[in-house]
Design a binder for this molecule. Sequence first.
Ligand SMILES: [Zn+2]
Length: 316
Amino acid sequence: MWKILIPKKIAYGEDAAKEFDYPENALIITTTESKIYEKWIDYMGIKNYHIYDKVTPDPAIETIETIKNEFDGKNVSCYIGLGGGSSLDVCKYLSKMTGVPKILIPTTFGTGAEMTTYAVISFDHKKKLLQDEAFLADAAVIDPYFLPGTPFNIMRNSACDAAAQASEGFDSKLANPLTKLFCKEAFDILEDAIINDKPDLLPYGAMLSGIGFGNSSTTLGHALSYVFSNEGVPHGYSLSSCTTVAHKFNNSIYYDRFKKICQKLKFEPLKLNQHLDAAADVIMPDRGHLDNNPIEVKKQDVIKCLDEIVNSNPLA
Ligand SMILES: [Zn+2]
């Protein structure tokens, strides 16, 4: 048996966020500043709303408790997560706590968070990847309107993440015919968007990637990437070399095509301060990613992959 979870309602394409029917008395949760989100809300035509705009990257459980207390008794009809992954993750967790429904609207496109049952929340300054069916959006709205104005670096990292997720998800042991269909289509669209300079296609590609990998998993590429993230390298950037080397190790049908995407996005090689052996010890317990890799991964394999990432340029 296979099971696929997707939001109850998905609205996507040009003007999707403008034409969507928002309930009154919603609480908008965002990471951006007022001069930007006021323009967005105006475009979306939302009336009589509350706003919480103090969400920061890597949101902590304390932020979520603060929002819960601040809006307790205000009869909030729904949460609207408007922004990058952090605002969406806060909405997901809050909605699970209170039972209030949520509409998720990404403004940077790549994680596909609006489609998945995953949320990353920090507890005691440690990021934790959580999964819960209650995190699934009641509605997801994907509109390329939010794309212009995204800094090139954020756009490039997000595009790389989406392509890595789609291709790792395709190869995952948890993949099934339907998730493969989504991952394959997602990769085709993302590749076209990046190689042929059609950024307007990125939101749709990222959305399909979210459905595909969100119902299977990412694999070795993501497992390798976290030791670089721990040293401050942005997620999408660390995947450029990590997923390329992982695809080579797995003999993935996506190896060449993924590498070409990273070359087009002009990613620099990665550096690691930590000793490779110590880094491999951090990676090996990540069974969630490694157990779903199509090929068994031993510690020696991880060290070999890391060596290739930092000592030769896998994107050359
Ligand atoms: Zn990712």
